[in-house]
Design a protein around this ligand. Structure first.
Ligand code: GDP
Ligand code: MG
Length: 684
């Protein structure tokens, strides 16, 4: 087969949770986020085919581009990420579509397939999760299904790498030869007549805007008014269409949307009955149902959820994560001491010595030693995501969240917020109502992200050694409580209205895939290290510089003379009522705006300690337990980091949103820390 010079783009489209991203990762070697709940992919992602020769001749691989799309149920989109997928397919028209269909939910998958076929783009159905069908003693007659649908069907198992080579070959051939789906009549009777009548009527208008007439006709009958406008029909034509629809309604006795949906399901029902032998209740579903009887039970569901989160926090903060982090901190301290000793023995310039000791080892080291704790946290998060439990959490929390004017789906961005706010805020796109989305985005930054862990970790170890885990847990809980209060206020006064009803499929439970989890952790680690050596490093150097020199750029030898102390002392009084009105705290808080970890690295630089361990012994000189706790509360709640702020601005579509976020959270943080400190003073 001669290969075209131009690029072929192959789009992966299908229902949420059908395995598109898993397939995309296999084909391209990318490491996109996979999770067992709907709404993991919210943006389209592109990558070239992997060129390791595994699935395709190496030299041509670079010319094939794959596009991973957010999941959709139909081409009539409801939420933002569905619009992304629809617009891409309809407007940009990829060279071919690989339509991923989960064989365990085949009817729902084919409901989309037969709409995709009408786009008149070459299409191949990848019948995924064949491993699960086999395990449950079902079977599929592929040639028969393929004949009935009029498109190629390739059975695969994306996560087990089965059938991928054949799928790719079929897809590339179809893209290359531009093999369109055989035109199929899915319809019968009255609906059939209506679609054909409208299709003929609008044929020229549809071709003018580059849409297939039958597709356009079906959409119009389904009441897609945007498309109707775009077609620019005459009043007379519109009238005829309206009449046709009324006739169809009268004949079928159903409303227009139901008539079309029923027609599609009837066709699909026949196709599936002929070709797929399904196990009655699959082992997986059976197991899932049994697990759900416990995990989503009316009385135990919520306590179990809190229990699970509690265990995760406990293991992270006081058992596994803390132990590993302490070990790493010790290694850093020893290394720093060794290097520092060597430098001073060699008589290196004291400014350089100070740079290496204070900025590099103490500053960066104090942050990096928390990597194990952060990784452990992300490990548990990815287990939650990949097992299918996340969707259940949304389900069981729905009632409770509804009282705050949110729907259960909002809990997913919030839980992801315990990891990092940036992807969490983006995942709010899956919320189908704009109001729910806005409120959720505003509440997500109150969840303690992992970047705040180093702050909590250092302070808890320094001042609350015996109750370390408890102190950290209390901060996480406080973040949630404040989010609840803010949510109630927003709901009462600003975003009045009702959350949309809860609709979310509960996927079957799966054992988390080790590779998926591994990839995720590797990414988080890389991400964190990258940040440590770029943003955090630079911020630390700036702090070190401002601390080490005066305004005339002379090295300072007494603490009061540096540029930094000028700035810090100027702002410090703002924090005096909260119990930590010192220049050091003010500076660290400002640095934390860049990234939360820099609060810790700044402390290490500012107190002039050689390592994170030494910082733990130094902090009690600067704080009482109460003022330390007040400081932690402030750090928990005040403005999120630059990255999160800019995502909020982008998602809400205005710079004002970013600005008001900074202001709102800083005020809330100040008030909360004030209350904590003042109440504390009464008792201590
Ligand atoms: P997407 O929402 O369509 O992008 O789906 P994902 O790629 O995120 O996968 C959803 C879930 O299905 C994940 O838990 C995957 O591990 C799982 N999965 C994907 N492909 C297969 C497969 O072939 N067999 C099985 N058993 N699970 C799969
Ligand atoms: Mg995906």
């Amino acid at each position: 087969m001669a290969f075209p010079e131009s690029k072929l783009t192959i789009a992966l489209a299908g229902n949420p949770n059908s395995g598109k991203t898993t397939l995309f990762n296999q084909l391209t070697g990318a490491n996109q986020h996979v999770g067992n709940f709907p709404g993991v992919t919210v943006e389209k992602k592109e990558a070239a085919l992997r060129d390791n020769g595994e699935f395709f001749p190496r030299k041509s691989a670079g010319r094939i581009v794959l596009v991973d799309l957010p999941g959709i149920y139909s081409l009539s989109p409801y939420s933002q990420e569905e619009i992304v997928a629809r617009d891409y397919l309809v407007r940009e028209r990829p060279s071919a579509i690989i339509n991923v269909v989960d064989v365990m939910n085949i009817e729902r998958g084919l409901y989309l397939s037969i709409q995709l076929m009408q786009l008149n783009i070459p299409i191949i159905i990848a019948l995924n999760m064949m491993d699960e069908l086999r395990e449950n003693h079902g079977s599929a007659d592929i040639p028969r299904l393929s004949a009935k649908l009029g498109v190629s069907v390739v059975p695969i198992s994306a996560s087990h790498k089965e059938g991928i080579g054949e799928l790719l070959e079929t897809a590339v051939r179809a893209a290359f030869l531009q093999q369109r789906p055989l035109v199929q009549d899915f319809c019968t009777g009255a609906v059939h007549r209506a679609i054909h009548a409208v299709a003929h009527l609008i044929e020229d208008h549809a071709r003018d805007i580059g849409v297939m007439p039958r597709f356009a006709a079906t959409k119009i009958i389904e009441k897609d008014d945007l498309l109707l406008e775009a077609l620019d029909l005459t009043a007379h034509e519109k009238h005829t269409i309206a009449e046709t629809i009324i006739d169809m309604k009268d004949e079928t006795g159903k409303d227009r949307k139901a008539a079309i949906a029923d027609m599609r399901y009837e066709f699909i029902g026949d196709a599936v009955a002929e070709s797929i032998e399904k196990p009655h209740m699959t082992l997986h579903q059976d197991r899932s149902a049994r697990i759900d009887r416990l995990l989503t039970s009316k009385y135990l569901g919520i306590p179990i959820f809190f229990g699970i989160m509690g265990v995760i926090f406990w293991l992270t903060f006081s058992v596994i994560g803390a132990t590993l982090s302490d070990g790493l901190a010790w290694v850093f301290a020893a290394a720093g001491e060794g290097v520092g000793g060597a430098l001073s023995a060699a008589g290196v310039n004291p400014v350089i010595q100070s740079f290496v000791n204070d900025a590099v080892f103490a500053g960066i080291g104090s942050v990096i030693s928390f990597i194990p704790m952060i990784i452990v946290m992300f490990f548990f998060m990815s287990i939650l995501e990949d097992s299918g439990y996340m969707a259940r959490v949304a389900f069981i929390m729905d009632k409770l969240l509804r009282k705050l004017g949110l729907s259960g789906r909002s809990i997913i961005p919030m839980i992801l917020g315990f990891g990092c706010s940036v992807p969490a805020i983006m995942s709010a796109r899956t919320l189908s109502s704009e109001r729910d989305r806005r409120v959720t985005i505003m509440l997500t930054p109150f969840m303690s992200c992992t970047a705040k862990l180093p702050i909590y970790g250092v302070f808890a170890a320094a001042l609350f050694a015996s109750h370390r885990g408890l102190i950290i847990l209390s901060l996480y809980v406080m973040g949630v409580v404040v989010a609840v209060v803010v949510g109630v206020v927003l709901n009462r006064f600003i975003y009045k209205g009702k959350p949309v009803p809860f609709i979310m499929e509960l996927p079957t439970y799966r054992l988390p895939n080790l590779k998926t989890v591994g990839i995720l952790l590797w990414h988080r680690t890389k991400d964190f290290l990258q940040r440590a050596f770029t943003v955090i490093f630079v911020a630390t150097i700036v702090i070190w510089f401002l601390q080490s020199f005066d305004v005339r750029l002379n090295p300072v030898d007494y603490a009061g003379g540096s540029m930094l102390s000028l700035i810090g002392d100027f702002i410090a009084p703002v924090f005096t009522p909260l119990g930590f009105g010192t220049g050091i705290c003010a500076t660290a808080i400002i640095a934390g705006f860049i990234a939360k970890e820099t609060v810790v690295s700044s402390f290490a630089v500012l107190t002039g300690v050689p390592s994170a361990l030494a910082l733990q012994t130094a902090l009690p000189e600067y704080f009482t337990p109460l003022s330390a706790y007040s400081f932690l509360v402030f750090c928990l709640l005040y403005t999120p980091c630059v990255a999160a702020i800019s995502v909020v601005g982008k998602e809400l579509g205005s710079a004002f949103a970013s600005f008001s976020l900074i202001l709102r959270q800083t005020i809330i943080a100040w008030v909360a820390a004030f209350i904590v400190y003042r109440i504390g003073l009464l008792f201590l």
